[in-house]
Design a protein around this ligand. Structure first.
Ligand code: SF4
Ligand code: SF4
Length: 338
């Protein structure tokens, strides 16, 4: 299927019209009666940059009109916060308006309420011979991968590749991808508030009253929660190897999932509310570009490349100058992602 683009005039109404327009252009390869999972990110508790549920509802309506049985899903995450387990994740979804009543379809946590509804699938790449993902990966009739395109503190940008990768991954697989991420403190910025200790799920961050926090890198699981939650931005990532390794792992996980779902999947990247950071972080990150619209198709790498081009490579680089986001593309090409 060709790639399609629908531009917005930048208003809320224009954004919805652009998505409706794209949905009329896209051929959805789903039979009547098919169960179709819409993979999206409903935002971390306290996040203000996630895509509002009105967009997901448009996709749901489109699928219902075609006689499909849609559902919305995401997976639980490594760090403490509002999505650490299935129950919390669904409560966070509901608090952001992602409810069955509003959307017209169920909202599901794909790796199960206890995070154990998972399977291992083959990968055969440099970092991963297998990857572990939510078990619905090989059960559902079809998918719409609906990705909020924006910056990301570890990947440079987050789009379709990242949504497939982290979005389908079990918590253990997320950990395998993050294992090279460790915090490093810039004492000059630290107020010794202790937030990093409170949010650390591994007991790796510690603080003695009046002292600066310390991080036991042997206990650290690399979830980056302390880095994300520090109110003073006093923590940076100390890469265990280099940032390229994280991005390569991200791409390999996505590619393994893609091998299974590619023939029954359509993707949409939303280039609205283009923030510097991912929707995993609480708060209101800086907006780095004006709303553009939506691009849809069946090739996640091409969709992300088009999104980078439309937003501007210099804009993406400017948001995270120390990261080489190009690795997502070079590694995708190397492993013949598509
Ligand atoms: S959250 Fe940030 S400012 Fe607070 S103690 Fe930790 S590193 Fe320092
Ligand atoms: S110290 Fe390690 S495990 Fe703890 S929050 Fe930071 S990155 Fe996560």
């Amino acid at each position: 299927m060709a790639m399609h683009l629908s531009l917005t005039d930048g208003t809320n109404k224009g954004n919805i019209s652009a998505l409706q327009d794209l949905l009329t252009k896209l051929e959805l390869p789903f039979q009547r009666g098919s169960t179709v999972g819409i993979k999206l990110h409903w935002g971390e508790k306290g996040n203000c940059s996630f895509l509002e549920p009105v967009y997901a509802r448009e996709i749901v309506h489109r699928l219902l009109s075609q006689g499909c049985k849609p559902f919305i899903f995401d997976t639980s995450v490594l760090y403490s916060g509002g999505r650490h387990n299935g129950k919390d994740a669904l409560e966070t979804a509901a608090s952001h308006g992602f409810t069955e009543e509003y959307l017209g379809c169920p909202v599901v946590i794909a790796d199960g309420l206890d995070g154990r509804d998972i399977i291992d699938i083959p990968a055969g790449f440099r970092h991963f011979k297998t990857v572990q993902v939510a078990s619905l990966t090989d059960k559902t009739d079809g998918y719409v991968i609906f990705s909020h395109f924006k910056g990301h503190l570890a990947a440079g940008f987050g789009g379709a590749i990242k949504n497939i990768s982290m979005g389908f991954a079990s918590r253990a697989q997320k950990q395998r991808m993050h294992s090279d991420v460790k915090p490093i403190l810039r004492q000059i910025k630290c107020t010794r508030c202790g937030v990093c200790v409170e949010v650390c799920p591994a007991g790796a961050a510690q603080i003695i009253q009046g002292e600066y926090p310390t991080y036991d890198l042997d206990l650290c699981i690399g979830c980056a929660q302390c880095i994300a939650q520090c109110p003073e931005m006093a923590l940076r990532i100390l890469w265990g190897s280099d940032n390229d390794t994280f991005q390569e792992k991200l791409v390999e996980t996505a590619a393994a999932v893609w091998k299974i779902i590619s023939s029954r999947t359509v993707l949409i990247n939303a280039m609205i509310r283009i923030s510097a950071e991912c929707d995993c972080l609480p708060g209101k990150p800086d907006i780095i570009a004006d709303d553009i619209g939506f691009v849809g198709g069946t090739d996640p790498v091409a969709l992300d490349a088009e999104s980078v081009s439309l937003v501007g490579a210099d804009v993406i680089t400017g948001a995270h100058p120390h990261l080489s986001w190009q690795t997502q593309f070079s590694h995708a090409e190397k492993i013949r992602f598509f």
